[in-house]
Design a binder for this molecule. Structure first.
Ligand SMILES: *Cc1c(COP(=O)(O)O)cnc(C)c1O
Length: 380
């Protein structure tokens, strides 16, 4: 069925107890056995919970996987995936990725005997050359934050196939509505459901979706062993947000593209990084791999950091805040906010400059959002 229908129906029917149309919040830690040696379908909420299962089954359906797993945060999801690795394994990571993932693999995974190596995976020859006999995982993220570079997922899956490594894609920026990495040959999809999947800036959560049954078994073992699962009430909120993913993503995409086009034509704007614009270096790849671009993109302001900071101080409708993917529009300064922990040289290599602004365009009326940016640009 179409994703719009799966979002509403996949993972649950009316609740078996009383026919509740939406899954109730099973806010319990433990479930009664029918007798000694006769557990019901659930026994303890870390191992499984009906509210979580409804969310996990819906996530599996919309990403085209066989199993979904809901985690306490996006980082809990990523940490659990990285725990597939053991000391002596080699982990290849795309060199432009979410700061929290960078911190996880450099400050934690690398101290546990896993060899962590960064490579620019836009260069497939560099990726092939970096593969080693002990490479067990290849970690991608596309589009990247905040410069909106893309990775060619089918080409990466092809390059890694047969090497013995699993491929991972952090699909947070596009959500399952606009991009399905499993269908493009990737083995494991990771999401921060905090962003578009929940979509209302009122919960933190993460997800993992896989297709291969053996990998699903292993992920279930790790989620239960590490206790990184999401609580029932948060699962309920994420599932509630998920119901409207299709209509939200359509508006995020439409609003953001309209604003990107408007900014690109504005004399005070130096450059707009949006994969839906023909000026984007990987526009063709975006058309091939993605069904839309979501609401997040970045741009550079003429006049350096002074003009940039003045614009950030002058917006009224956009809220100055980190995070993305909610119904409300947010604006931020990657140099001093989301990417502050990155050394300046690393930021420059990644293409992050002091005159860069990132926006997460919400679902307000686009004319009001443009009017706000216009008055703020006038204030420069
Ligand atoms: C926010 C984010 C994460 C981390 O998710 P949390 O829910 O904040 O733990 C991982 N990857 C990407 C791309 C993100 O934007």
């Amino acid at each position: 069925m179409h994703i719009e229908t799966e979002l509403i129906h996949a993972g649950h029917g009316p609740d078996p107890a009383y026919g509740a149309v939406m899954p109730p919040i099973y806010q319990v830690s433990t479930f009664a056995f029918r007798g000694v040696g006769e557990p019901g379908p659930f026994d303890y909420s870390r191992s499984g919970n009906p509210t979580r299962k409804a969310l996990e089954d819906c996530l599996a359906a919309i990403e085209g996987g066989t199993r979904g797993f809901a985690f306490a945060t996006g980082m809990a999801a990523s940490a659990t995936v990285v725990s597939l690795l053991q000391a002596g394994d080699h982990l290849l990571v795309h060199n432009d990725l979410y700061g929290g993932t960078y911190r996880l693999v450099t400050k934690l995974t690398a101290t546990q005997g896993v060899e962590v190596e960064f490579v620019d995976m836009r260069d497939l020859d560099a990726l092939r050359a970096a593969l080693r006999p002990n490479t067990r995982m290849v970690w991608t993220e596309t589009p990247t934050n905040p410069v909106m570079n893309l990775l060619d997922l089918p080409a990466i899956a092809e390059a890694v196939r047969g090497s013995g490594a699993v491929t991972v894609c952090d699909n947070t920026f596009l959500s399952p509505y606009f991009q399905n990495p499993l269908a493009l040959g990737i083995d494991i999809v990771v999401h921060s459901t905090t962003k578009y999947i929940n979509g209302h800036s009122d919960v933190v959560g993460g997800a993992v979706i896989v297709k291969d049954p053996a990998l699903a078994e292993r992920m279930g073992f790790l989620q239960n062993s590490m206790g990184t699962c999401q609580a029932p009430f948060d699962c309920f909120l994420v599932l509630r947000g998920l119901k409207t993913l299709a209509i939200r993503m359509e508006v995020h995409h439409r609003n953001a593209l309209a604003i990107a086009q408007w900014l690109e034509a504005h004399p005070k704007i130096l450059r707009v990084n949006h994969p839906g614009l023909k000026s984007h270096a990987q526009y063709e790849l975006a058309q091939r791999q993605m069904r839309g671009c979501g609401g997040t993109f970045s741009f550079r302001v003429r006049g350096g950091s002074e003009a940039t900071l003045r614009l950030l101080g002058a917006v009224k409708l956009f809220t100055l805040a980190e995070s993305l993917g909610g119904v409300e529009s947010l604006i931020e300064h990657p140099w001093t906010m989301t990417h502050a922990s990155m050394p300046a040289e690393a930021k420059v290599v990644a293409g992050i400059t002091e005159d860069m602004i990132r926006v997460s365009v919400g679902i307000e009326h686009v004319d009001d959002l443009i009017a706000d940016l216009e008055q703020a640009l006038d204030a420069i």
